[in-house]
Design a protein around this ligand. Structure first.
Ligand code: S3P
Length: 182
């Protein structure tokens, strides 16, 4: 029943603060692919910020819109998809991405994530009284999903440039092209 998998795209999944957007933009430039950030797409579609959607409509509504966006992206070609941190924590979303994209998870420990995000204010899930506990809790819940990625790339102690090179290498291997050609 499963339709055969064809890798037209590259999807980055992983927790907040793992560098999906920065890495994704750079990959798109290197590969001459289109770049789509699911959060940006949701914001432009709804005309509201992610924070406003969470505050006014709630997380469930946000997850519903996120799911629609994932379903639409099944038609994408030559696209780098940078996904919101919670998008992959849903069986259907993961299955959909895997049909058309090489799924790469960017990884970091809770401590490193905290270092990277604690001064930022645009992530509603981390605006509570104890963001470090929230990071640990969410990461533990999501880890089984993140580990279903085709490739896991540790972003700790690596620059964005190094992560990009690592991802490019994996993508070229998956497509059967030599990284020397990219
Ligand atoms: C979320 C991560 C955010 C954004 C929303 C929810 C999450 O995206 O989708 O705030 O549930 O982890 P980033 O991972 O790009 O910060």
């Amino acid at each position: 029943m499963n339709t055969p998998r064809t890798i037209h795209n590259l999807a980055l999944i992983g927790f907040m603060g793992t560098g999906k957007s920065s890495v994704g933009r750079s990959l798109a430039t290197h590969l001459h692919f289109r770049f789509v950030d699911t959060d940006e797409l949701i914001e432009s579609r709804t005309g509201r910020s992610i924070s406003d959607i969470f505050a006014q409509a709630g997380e469930q509504v946000f997850r519903g819109i996120e799911k629609q966006v994932v379903a639409e992206l099944a038609k994408a070609q030559r696209t780098i998809i940078s996904s919101g941190g919670g998008l992959a924590a849903n069986e259907e979303n993961m299955a959909s991405l895997k049909q058309h994209a090489l799924v790469i998870c960017l990884w970091a420990s809770p401590e490193v994530i905290w270092e990277r995000v604690h001064t930022q204010t645009h992530r509603p899930l981390l605006q509570g009284a104890d963001p470090m506990s929230k990071i640990r809790e969410l990461l533990a819940k999501r880890e089984p999903f993140y580990k279903q990625a085709d490739v896991l790339v540790n972003t700790e102690m690596r620059s964005i440039k190094e992560v990009v090179q690592q991802v490019l290498h994996q993508f070229n291997l998956a497509r059967g092209t030599s990284s020397a050609k990219s």
